[in-house]
Design a protein around this ligand. Structure first.
Ligand code: WTA
Length: 661
């Protein structure tokens, strides 16, 4: 159908955009070039998953081939059973063996703008292999061996990727903690993972100042005694304290380390990493991903979803932080395996000016750009003039992930960044799914703003009712995956029951993602949002209970309820309703102190956008907090629906009459 880019059409529904006619040619070819091909391949992949995924896995290097592609005993999946391989080998050494050792693997740009421009580092596959091997040997020298969980808490520097790959090389699962988390969050994760070593930086550059990563680690060490070694990368020349015997400088450790380090032969089902994410209860859960299936899935989704062509023609940039699953799968593992340079940028999108991202795209000739709706909404707010100043003509594919994208942001992305010539891939997936689940194929799928369109190959996604029956078109329901896929989570670290309860109990025999969705009459999926107590703040997942327990750990607060509220940039903001102890005054100073307290307990991303004080929270007669009601109040909506179970109506009047803060 037609391609409208004028503002009139922006407000009309049902806009359908076919892939631009010259897209495949501009890309140098397309992996999936028509809807017929997509449908045919999807059907085959569902009917014969073993054949489909086996063929993909054959493109990777295995030290020993697998005996069976899949063993499935719900909820336990085992992929490429009996196969032996190494993730680092497949991301680095394999490409060298194929003759690409001198080609660029990583392009990195630092945040600070120096007199002659920002610092840029390029690493070839061979450079990467040497650096990874040296650091892997350094880890071994500190006593790290196969199976030991290594915690990583760093800024976006090349050494972060090097550390991740070094762990993979020696078979030590990594647990990366986003640099925005607090010392308490570090300590909790270190304890849960029983990790004895943490890799950090003296600091991380962010918007012209530095985040004190090492100080945070020092504080975390007062809350846990598990850590025996702290490795510190010097990045900001910050003034930090080094603890004799415990702390080691990265540069000292690698100085004399050999650049030869053999890759461990890992079982396909050995753990590759743990990544903590928020759930419905207060405690974050360590999502377990294993080696073979994860590599195969991230390899194929990277190739098809972004239509990556191997070689140096493409430059791929995902703006996520490696601390999230998007960074694991689509900065590191998926992209490196595809022999396409992956760009890492250290800092903020608006430093020193709001044009920074577009400046990076122009200077590095970025062809693939993957970001989150919250970022797009910020760019819209900052104004078109910033991207307009730059040559974005190299861009081929635009991606989005992390939260539902509002059609206005989608249209702006397409028009202002893509100049109408780049398909947008709206990719739905989760920490738990490891890789893309619902996404367009850029050269094939007609796209509709706001819909993540259709399932990836091998993915049997459906919208069902509580009994597992498929919902008719345009009817909301639970988004489930009915068959196993290679990169699915294998468990929650140390909590088998929670794994079963969270993902495989709501609908018998199916993976329930926690999201609700509907399908339109073309079968396209529309994500409606989380059905559990998880909120998506700027594309970052947070549990409302996690924020509540942080708030009630403040002396002033007796009880708190946290809900999501609409937020112009963040998509969802955090609203907290608090009742206070008798000696506390509900004032601005207390609001500020509560916000700071939450930042200390979890991290700045969890600071409430609105705090309301109340004598009591609205409850049912059986004592359950009526969150639906609070959501209406937080959104400034008329309180709707059935309130007959509300225990005390005066609570409501009270809450509504309050000033915002
Ligand atoms: C949401 C991020 C709508 C969803 C990769 C999911 C999305 C949660 C999309 C997972 C999308 C992610 N459209 N919603 N394209 N992508 N989500 O684990 O609610 O940080 O359950 O993984 O983000 O967040 P997570």
């Amino acid at each position: 159908m037609s391609d409208h880019t004028d503002i009139e059409s922006v407000l009309k529904e049902d806009r359908i955009f076919d892939p631009p006619a010259d897209f495949a040619e501009r890309c140098g070819g397309a992996w999936v070039d028509s809807m017929e091909m997509y449908r045919e391949l999807h059907r085959e992949s569902i009917e014969k998953p073993e054949e489909f995924w086996g063929a993909v896995a054959n493109e990777l290097d295995w030290f020993k081939p697998w005996d069976t592609v899949l063993e499935w005993d719900c909820p336990d999946a085992r992929w490429f059973v009996g196969g032996k391989l190494n993730a680092c080998h497949n991301c680095v050494d394999r490409l060298i063996d194929l003759g690409h050792g001198d080609e660029t693997a990583i392009i990195w740009e630092g945040e600070p703008m120096l007199a002659d421009g920002p610092e840029v580092r390029q690493l070839t596959y061979r450079d990467l292999k040497d650096e990874v091997s040296r650091f892997a040997n350094a880890l071994k020298a500190l006593g790290v061996s196969r199976g030991d969980i290594v915690t990583i808490y760093m800024g976006m520097v090349p050494e972060l990727t090097i550390a991740v790959l070094a762990c993979a090389r020696i078979g030590a699962p990594h647990s990366v903690i986003f640099g925005g988390f607090s010392s308490q969050a570090i300590a909790d994760r270190v304890d849960d993972a029983d990790s004895g070593i943490i890799i950090t930086c003296d600091g991380a550059w962010r918007r012209g100042s530095t985040v004190p990563l090492k100080d945070n680690v020092d504080q975390a060490m007062e809350m846990t005694d598990r850590i025996k070694h702290v490795v510190v990368l010097k990045r900001c020349d910050n003034d930090i304290t080094m603890h004799e015997g415990r702390d080691h400088w990265w540069h000292d450790l690698v100085e004399d380390a050999s650049d030869e380090c053999a890759c461990e032969e890992m079982d396909s089902e050995d753990m590759l990493f743990l990544l903590y994410t928020s759930g419905s209860t207060g405690k974050p859960k360590g999502i377990v991903h294993t080696t073979g299936g994860y590599l195969v899935h991230t390899f194929l989704t990277s190739r098809y979803t972004f239509n990556l062509r191997p070689g140096n023609d493409h430059v791929y940039w995902c703006t996520a932080d490696v601390g999230w699953i998007t960074g694991h799968s689509y900065i590191i593992y998926g992209i490196l395996q595809n022999h396409v340079p992956t760009l890492m940028y250290e800092g903020a999108p608006n430093h020193p000016e709001p044009n920074r991202f577009w400046d990076i795209c122009e200077r590095h000739k970025v062809t693939h750009f993957y970001t989150a709706p919250t970022a797009i909404r910020a760019f819209m707010k900052w104004g078109e003039e910033h991207p307009r100043r730059h040559d974005l003509s190299k861009l081929l594919v635009l991606g989005t992930v992390g939260e539902p994208i509002n059609p206005e942001a989608w249209m702006w992305y397409r028009r202002v960044i893509g100049h109408g010539r780049c398909p947008i891939v709206d990719t739905w997936w989760q920490t738990e799914t490891g890789g893309h689940m619902l996404t367009p194929m850029p050269a094939a799928t007609p796209t509709v703003p706001g819909s993540c369109t259709l399932p990836f190959f091998g993915i049997d996604a459906a919208v069902v009712d509580e009994d597992g029956g498929e919902q008719p078109a345009d009817t909301g329901g639970l988004l489930v995956i009915r068959k196993p896929w290679p990169s699915m989570l294998r468990g929650i670290h140390g909590d088998r029951q929670r794994f079963i309860d969270t993902y495989f109990s709501r609908v018998e025999g199916m993976y329930f993602a926690g999201d609700s969705a509907r399908r339109d009459d073309h079968g396209y999926f529309w994500i409606m949002g989380r059905m559990d107590d998880v909120i998506n703040v700027s594309g970052h997942r947070l549990g409302t209970m996690e924020v509540e327990s942080a708030i009630v750990s403040h002396d002033a607060v007796v009880e708190a309820a946290v809900v999501g509220m609409p937020h112009e940039i963040k998509g969802t903001g955090i609203a907290a309703f608090c009742s206070l102890g008798p000696d506390w005054k509900p004032d601005e100073a207390l609001r500020k102190s509560l916000r700071e307290h939450v930042a200390k307990e979890i991290g700045a991303i969890a600071k409430p956008d609105m705090i309301r004080f109340t004598d009591s929270l609205p409850k049912t007669r059986s004592g359950k907090i009526m969150r639906r009601l609070l959501r209406d109040i937080a959104a400034g909506r008329e309180v709707a629906g059935d309130m007959t179970t509300l225990e005390d109506f005066s609570v409501l009047a009270n809450l509504r009459s309050q000033d915002e803060g």
